[in-house]
Design a binder for this molecule. Structure first.
Ligand code: NAD
Length: 316
């Protein structure tokens, strides 16, 4: 009997990487998890810590600190490695230093013989995903970023609270740049099968577009709010990565707003940004082009321009 085991290589075992690893262990999403970090001692300690919880889990996952050679037969390389912003450092300087980290990380993963799927979480995630695509030479279906997956989860949670509805029955997306120019195309938002626009019309005394706009702002500012309170965000993104990994490894063909390369959708090319995509064993199975209003399309083009400009600023 030949049962292929599911293997993940995690590069970057900081707060985000380990929140993913912890969620992956508790959700039993893979059979083997190798932890890689420039700080080897840290990944050794993290592997020990997780292994000590195995006896309380429902999995016999193999977890260990490893090296890039261990990526060879991995199904997914999850990249959460990155450097933090120094005091007085500009956004572009930070981006250049993270591009340098990726030059080393991506070439090491590729040199191992890895032929799986890259999943990037490091910020600015849309740019780092495009850098991974450029450096790896992989097909764009095999290079994706977390994009606006977490923002979409935040939106669905807040809309669920507002409309008193299970967030799983809220079908609304945050798209575009994972950052200030992201937005919600409300024309595409549904509560179960009913358009949100119609819900507002039918319940004008209870719900309003102004409240929805406030929710959009809350979604956009969520990361800053959390950072103000506890210095970093990691559990939500850890669970978002786990969700994407599950969709890939179990060939779910789930719709998730990952960062994916535009190939003519919305009349644009090359830029990676958050957009609903069908995710399965091969990575990005299909990119769904939404029927945006003129205003929504111009918001998407704004995200595109911002991301294109940022990418052109860095030298690869
Ligand atoms: P962290 O500082 O806790 O961890 C970063 C890790 O990367 C460290 O363990 C560090 O040793 C490692 N690293 C640095 N350079 C490396 C290299 N060359 N090779 C291998 N490992 C290297 O940071 P964190 O809180 O875990 O955040 C990681 C990234 O995730 C950041 O870029 C952060 O902005 C991003 N993030 C993304 C989202 C999202 O929605 N996509 C949400 C939260 C955080």
């Amino acid at each position: 009997m030949n049962i292929k085991s599911k293997k993940i290589a995690l590069i970057g075992t900081g707060m985000v990487g380990m929140s993913f690893a912890y969620a992956a262990l508790n959700q039993n999403v893979c059979d083997e998890l190798v932890l890689i970090d420039i700080d080897k001692l840290r990944s050794i300690g993290e592997a020990m810590d997780l292994n000590h919880g195995l006896a309380f889990s429902n999995t016999s996952m193999k977890i260990y600190a490893g090296d890039y050679s261990d990526c060879k037969d991995a199904d997914i390389a999850v990249i959460c490695a990155g450097v933090n912003q120094k005091q007085g450092e500009s956004r572009l300087e930070l981006l250049s230093r993270n591009a340098e980290v990726f030059r080393q990380v991506v070439s090491s993963v590729v040199s191992s013989g890895f032929s799986g799927i890259f999943l990037v979480a490091t910020n600015p995630v849309d740019i780092m995903t495009r850098i991974t695509y450029e450096l790896s030479g992989f097909d764009s279906s095999k290079v994706l970023g977390t994009g606006t997956t977490l923002d979409t989860a935040r939106l669905r949670f807040l809309l669920g609270e507002y409309f008193s509805l299970d967030p799983r029955n809220v079908h609304a997306y945050v798209i575009g740049e994972h950052g200030d120019s992201e937005f919600t195309p409300w024309t595409q938002a549904l509560l179960a099968t009913k358009p949100v626009k119609k819900v507002l019309e039918d319940n004008a005394q209870k719900f309003s577009k102004e409240d929805l706009d406030t929710i959009s702002v809350q979604v956009k500012n969520a990361a800053q709010e959390i950072i103000k309170a506890k210095r970093a965000t990691y559990y939500g993104i850890g669970m978002a990565i786990t969700r994407i990994v599950r969709a890939i490894l179990f060939n779910e063909r789930s719709v998730l707003t990952v960062s994916a390369r535009l190939q003519g959708e919305y009349g644009k090319q090359d830029v990676f940004l958050g957009n609903p995509c069908i995710i399965g064993r091969g990575g990005i199975d299909r990119t769904i082009e939404l029927s945006l209003s003129c205003e929504e399309l111009s918001s998407l083009h704004n995200s595109y321009e911002i991301l294109q400009r940022s990418f052109c600023e860095i030298k690869l």
